[in-house]
Design a binder for this molecule. Structure first.
Ligand code: HXC
Length: 514
């Protein structure tokens, strides 16, 4: 055969395999409002940057009629490419081929690209659209998932791992994403569950739709499994691209620096917080008044909204923000918000991203529900994560810093490098009313006018403790600052900490309160 014929033959072979499950299956996929695996990769990566590997891999299964089935690419596409010039490794499961189910060769393709990402120290992106372990391949499918979970774990904290859920993902297809750093979901398209509605009906006799069981909103709002929620696949890809600009390629590098920009915020930062300490406000307004270009990229926006986490830039450098949200539950720490904050703090620490903490909260949420849900164990994660983190850690106490909350939200005592407080900050063991009721119980009960006495004692407590100066007098707060000085001082603190070297004793690993 002439070279020309060889080339034509190659092109034909490529075209055939690139059709995945065939035109009918593609039509079905599109009728569900879903893009194909290939078009997803092409939409996400820089133009003409995608290079595919293992296109001609085929399965070797023989049972249950598999010997007669040709599954193009064995239902998954793998390759490398770039996003805004940054290299990434990527795989996308193809639901048009046996429901994107994972058999032995499908798993081998994924583990090959995972190994590549780890060796090359570049981010891994997995687009999941799969019915989970391929039933016909039995234990080989389970083995495949095990090999993926193992690699997810080994790569954790070394390279960024991003999962995109773009279809009904079941079984192993959701456990691998759960082991990765960021999970993206799309409204109406993403579904995540361990066992699907048909299994639930068989085992429990209960009818439930896929959407109710594990739709995108369920995971963005209730379970916290998803970190980003989008209205469409294209919006989701824009979110992923934006995330890539905020994170480094691996744990030995820093995120790319951008030209510094002043915040767009035009108001007066002093006007954001109401004069009445009981009135709420949106802490995201404070963040936007501080970060470059007022560009704050929020993570897990709809889950545990009593704490706000996300990335912004300070002087062009990626910075992680953790902020109590007084708009929701007065910004308390509870089980979910503790999980959310602790995981993000650990992410920032693993990938060399300084952390700014903005504090305004009355403490941990009291109540039987929280106690029984394990607020001790979950709350301890925040203490652990802040104490463990060696990246620059800076706190600004905006208003309330009561009790365990004062300690937990990156206090000096957990290793904060710089502690600032606004002049209206209140730092105490608990709120003035609760404190006065306990320590002046007798005086209040025995007074002729208990209400007047309570008021007097509350004021006495406020005058003595509900300010930042007692903590400043002990050196627990480095500086009481005017709100308008905040950005300038934070930029300075980050600059001063850029060479921070905080050595810890050797250990294999700690035992965090998982
Ligand atoms: C083999 C599968 C498959 C699977 C789907 N298909 N899941 N083939 N193994 N796990 C095939 C179907 O046979 C069908 O093939 C095609 O994919 C499309 O599936 P449909 O059912 O027609 O699609 P839909 O109605 O959209 O439902 C999708 C689904 C459902 C919700 C994912 O297929 C489903 O419930 N599948 C099983 C999910 C599950 O329980 N997986 C867990 C596996 S255990 P044809 O040829 O008709 O097009 C697991 C272990 C890991 O993953 C453990 C981790 C710790």
């Amino acid at each position: 055969m002439s070279l020309k014929k060889h080339i034509l033959d190659l092109r034909k072979r490529r075209e055939k395999v690139q059709l995945g499950g065939g035109e009918k299956a593609i039509e079905k996929q599109m009728a569900m409002g879903k893009m194909t695996a290939r078009s997803r990769i092409l939409a996400l990566l820089d133009n003409e940057s995608f290079t595919e590997y293992d296109l001609f891999v085929e399965h070797e299964a023989r049972d249950f009629g598999m010997d007669k089935k040709q599954l193009h690419g064995d239902g998954v596409i793998i390759g490398t490419g770039t996003i805004y010039g940054a290299p990434v490794c990527i795989f996308a499961q193809d639901f048009t081929v046996a429901g994107g189910s994972l058999g032995l060769m499908h798993a081998r393709k994924i583990t090959k690209i995972m190994d590549h990402a780890l060796k090359m120290r570049v981010p891994l992106i997995g687009i999941n659209d799969s019915g989970g372990a391929r039933i016909q391949e039995g234990v080989n499918s389970l083995a495949g998932y095990g090999e993926i979970f193992y690699r997810n774990t080994i790569a954790s904290g070394v390279i960024p791992q991003i999962s995109v859920i773009l279809g009904p993902c079941a079984g192993g297809a959701v456990y691998s994403p759960a082991l990765t750093d960021f999970v993206f979901v799309v409204d109406q398209i993403s579904k995540m569950f361990i066992t699907g509605p048909s299994v639930i009906k068989t085992v429990l006799g209960e009818e439930i739709s896929m959407e109710e069981l594990g739709g995108a909103r369920v995971h963005a709002e209730i379970t916290g499994n998803a970190h980003f929620f989008a209205g469409s696949e294209m919006e989701c890809f824009e979110q992923i691209k934006k995330l890539i600009t905020f994170i480094p390629w691996n744990n030995t590098q820093k995120a790319r620096a951008f030209p510094p920009k002043e915040p767009k915020f035009k108001g007066n930062i002093e006007d954001i917080i109401p004069a009445d300490p009981k009135q709420p406000y949106d802490v995201r307004d404070v963040i936007k008044a501080i970060v470059d270009d007022s560009d704050f990229f929020e993570i897990q926006e709809f889950f545990a909204p009593n704490i706000v986490i996300g990335f912004g830039r300070m002087n062009g450098q990626t910075t992680g923000f953790v902020a109590n949200q007084p708009l929701v539950l007065a910004g308390v720490l509870d089980c979910d918000s503790s999980d959310k904050a602790a995981r993000f703090i650990r992410y920032c620490n693993a990938f060399n991203i300084p952390i700014i903490t903005l504090e305004d909260m009355p403490g941990y949420l009291p109540g039987v529900d929280q106690e029984h849900a394990g607020v001790i164990r979950h709350g301890a994660k925040v203490l652990y994560a802040y104490s463990e983190a060696t990246v620059p850690k800076i706190t600004v106490i905006l208003r309330k810093a009561y009790g365990g909350g004062y300690i937990a939200m990156n206090s000096r005592h957990l290793g904060a490098d710089f502690m600032f407080a606004w002049p209206m900050a209140e730092i105490a063991v608990m709120g003035p009313e609760g404190a006065a009721n306990i320590i002046f119980k007798k005086e209040i009960e025995e007074a002729e006018d208990p209400d007047a006495m309570r008021e007097e004692k509350v004021q006495e407590y406020i005058d003595r403790f509900a300010n930042p100066y007692v903590a400043a007098a002990k050196g627990y707060i480095d500086s009481v600052i005017e709100p308008s000085e905040t950005r300038h001082l934070l930029l300075h603190a980050i600059e001063v900490s850029s060479n921070k070297n905080d050595q810890r004793p050797y250990k294999k690993h700690g035992i965090p309160p998982f």
